[in-house]
Design a protein around this ligand. Structure first.
Ligand code: SF4
Length: 486
């Protein structure tokens, strides 16, 4: 079903006493705006989207939905979006302009299309829920008619017949709308709506959802069309697009700052002495990482790239050490986009990071791989993962350990002797002891042991110094995650 968007969407039907304003943005708005006004309206749309993303979820129960609507009303109405105020034509125009500016900005950034469509869908959804849900069935039907939406309200004898045939049971107190079953496939697939003669019978909530789906499809087709046909016009608006890019970047930075400071506050509240975050990662990597992870980290910073296994091993380590998903994406994005465009990062790498955090695919988050797994891996010549004690040549290992602070040749030879005996985990444990001046409680079996051991030791040292006990620093206990992801 196509949602046929009519030229005249607003209803001002005196007989039905409806004064309902709903814009489906099918026309180009006319008027003169300064560059500053455009930037301002574009920024307001971004803010409205951010609010919708914060509050909007569709799988809500009724109390949640009511509070979401309250939030949307109090925040989004402050922007010039989601305007339904009767007679407020200035705001309606601004809403229209801000939508078109956002659409224009997204035309050549197909990675933004899902975000744009989803948020515009949310705006329409909340408009309909907020404004139209309390209307009588006849008035609500009149609104659907203005969309030229292919549906029919079931009333009178038709409704009675459906009740008699038990096709509808307890739905008499609701409005029922009849649509072709192909237009309601998402409900048909779940067998959640009654069917008869190729038609599905939907409640008001369900038809709102179907209308929103159709609107989303309409936006997709508009974007496709604009991309193919408006090249020239868009090129003429280069200055405007550039200004909007700056506003967009500024907005993203602001959001990042807010998220980061919220996380920092949370971390402060939890006050974990070992919390790894983007602010301390660089310092922690150089001091507390085991050689395998430090080498991966340094290779990433140097090459702005890691191959798949390297990303997997280092990504799982970062997750286990406490890096949140958003920060992980930003961390990898920052390095990778020094070499590849952001588009490519979004397309080829972001999914894998989300996958690693259990947000995609089999939905199982990965924990740091064990030493045995790293030792038994088989890195190719250009790959950086694995265990340096196993996979590095003698010379390379020696210069790596010197770079990583082993102090004397004698210490180096002691560690190297264990590596020669193929006791790679023993060599790593001894390396830890040599550089930290204190052994671990047991032989390393997971890189997290090295990491937590080192961080605990630093923490205990600082605590003892603070309390004036400098000579007897206790041996540490370290939490480990032994998940081997196999
Ligand atoms: Fe990493 Fe384990 Fe090898 Fe040490 S023994 S470098 S922690 S894989």
């Amino acid at each position: 079903m196509e949602l046929e968007i009519t030229k005249k969407q607003n209803i001002n039907d005196k007989n039905l006493d409806i004064d309902f304003k709903l814009n489906l943005y099918n026309r180009v708005p006319f008027g003169l705006l300064t560059l500053e006004e455009c930037e301002d309206l574009f920024r307001q749309r971004l803010e409205a989207f951010a609010i919708l993303e914060k509050f909007g979820r569709f799988d809500k129960n009724l109390p949640e939905l009511t509070s979401t609507l309250r939030n949307i009303r109090s925040y989004v109405y402050k922007t010039n979006c989601l305007v339904n105020r009767v007679g407020d034509t200035t705001q309606q125009k601004q809403d229209h302009f801000s939508h078109m500016l956002m659409r224009m900005f997204c035309i050549y950034q197909s990675n933004l299309w899902p975000w744009f469509k989803q948020n515009e869908r949310s705006l329409l959804y909340y408009r309909l829920r907020d404004q139209a849900l309390s209307l009588s069935g006849a008035k609500f039907d009149a609104i659907l008619k203005t969309f030229k939406f292919n549906s029919e309200r079931v009333v009178g004898s038709d409704l009675n017949e459906l009740m008699r045939e038990n096709i509808l049971t307890n739905k008499r107190d609701q409005d029922i709308f009849k649509v072709k079953f192909t237009d309601a496939l998402k409900f048909v697939a779940k067998r959640s709506v009654p069917l008869k003669n190729g038609y599905a019978y939907l409640s008001r909530h369900e038809i709102i959802s179907v209308v929103c789906d159709a609107f989303e499809k309409y936006l997709e087709s508009e974007l496709q069309y604009a991309r193919q046909h408006f090249d020239h016009e868009l090129m003429q608006s280069r200055q405007l697009l550039e200004s909007m890019s700056l506003v967009y970047q500024d907005f993203l930075d602001k959001l990042d700052d807010e998220r980061r400071s919220a996380r920092r506050n949370q971390a402060d509240q939890n006050s974990s002495p070992f919390a790894l975050n983007l602010d301390n990662l660089e310092e922690v990597a150089g001091t507390h990482y085991p050689p395998c992870m430090r080498y991966l980290h340094e290779s990433l910073l140097q090459d702005h790239h890691l191959k798949h296994q390297g990303r997997l091993h280092y990504g799982a380590f970062l997750r286990t050490a406490g890096i949140e998903l958003d920060d992980a994406i930003e961390f990898w994005r920052k390095e990778f986009t020094k070499k590849i465009p952001n588009d490519k990062f979004e397309r080829d790498y972001k999914y894998n990071i989300r996958h690693l955090y259990g947000k995609e695919g089999h939905k199982k988050a990965l924990t740091c791989f064990s030493c045995d797994k790293l030792i038994s891996s088989d890195p190719g010549p250009t790959e950086k993962h694995g265990c340096p004690f196993k996979h590095f040549s003698d010379d390379n290992l020696k210069s790596l350990l010197k770079k990583y602070d082993i102090k004397t040749d004698l210490d180096l030879e002691d560690v190297y002797a264990l590596k020669k005996d193929k006791d790679f985990r023993g060599a790593c444990s001894l390396f830890y002891e040599k550089i930290k001046g204190q052994p671990l409680n047991e032989t390393i079996s997971n890189p997290m042991q090295f990491y937590y051991g080192s961080r605990t030791r630093q923490f205990m040292n600082a605590k003892c110094i603070e309390e004036g006990q400098t000579d007897d620093i206790p041996t540490h206990a370290y939490p480990t995650e032994n998940g081997d992801n196999l």
